[in-house]
Design a protein around this ligand. Sequence first.
Ligand SMILES: [Ca+2]
Ligand SMILES: [Ca+2]
Length: 376
Amino acid sequence: MARRILMVTAPAFAGFVALLLSTITVPASAAAALTVAQAISSQGGTGSVVGYVVGEPTATNTVRFSGFTGDTAIAIADSRTETGTSRMVYVQVTSAYRTSFGLLSNPSLIGEQITVTGSLTAYFSHAGLKSPTAMSGSGATPSPTASSDAYYAAASGKSGDALKNALHTIISTNVTTISYDAVWNALKVTDQDPSNAANVVLLYSGISRSKTLNGGNSGNWNREHVWAQSHGDFGTGNGPGTDLHHLRPEDVTINATRGNKDFDTGGSAVSGASGNYTDADSWEPRNAVKGDVARMIFYMAVRYEGGDGFADLEVNNSVSNGSHPYLGKLSTLLTWNSQDPPDAAERNRNQVIYSSYQHNRNPFIDHPEWVNSIFG
Ligand SMILES: [Ca+2]
Ligand SMILES: [Ca+2]
């Protein structure tokens, strides 16, 4: 049976895991689950704890948020964006649960809410839960609501321009920018192929290519600016030109073919990038990343408002924006956001950028419905 599972495709396997998780339930007789904060302050005895999977503990004060190394321990917290280890419970994942709950095997579990039952006792010399007798998950990452997620608290109840302004402040505060050179190594983490840790997945072409083939020659991959650099002329200094939320690995030749075109449907099939189309003034990415592209563009329009030495980037309905700080086509991008909602891989990428690099999030991956509130 295990061999058969390993042979099915990755999406089918994810679906199987989701189905598996959704069918494991805590016995009805179990007492109400503790929050993580309650479990930290009531160590001793047995109990159930509910929390979001945030990482893999490897030492008392060390939790990996990406690049997972094993299936034997996970960290859970009351907020899916938690990075402080003092607000986490470390959960021992015993052999019976590793296939479903180990992060090396299931990196897309990051952000998922789970319930675990076991001994509330120290693990890695840290507040913990060991020897689990039950572990269950919702099978899907719940979209955080503004009321439940501290990160978006200032956006609670807002819509339209007020929501845009609140999100701009949230995603521009306490941000770490990285250098253009550092982008190379970051992309090797954020865009790692889930089925081959030696490779990255190229955005438009979908090709899995060796991480070591980064560079500027034919056959290499390089750093594609999804919001084309010339639309606002922001260059490659720390800022929009190095913002990982819209930088993706792409084949050098495909990147050059996209150039600085706006996004829209139509044109001729692109050689070497199946499912992509282009004409003189626009680029249509493959279906699997249409929504990803739209949400990257909407992020950039909210993140950059002209107050930090860079142009105010905005989305419009043109496909002839040239060097203006605008990118189109708005109506098409709205459709793509709806057609291709965020999946586990896109959410995981957002989490990795947040926890390991920039410490800000793309709100439209967490809340795709905010796209229409602001831009619809
Ligand atoms: Ca997608
Ligand atoms: Ca803007």
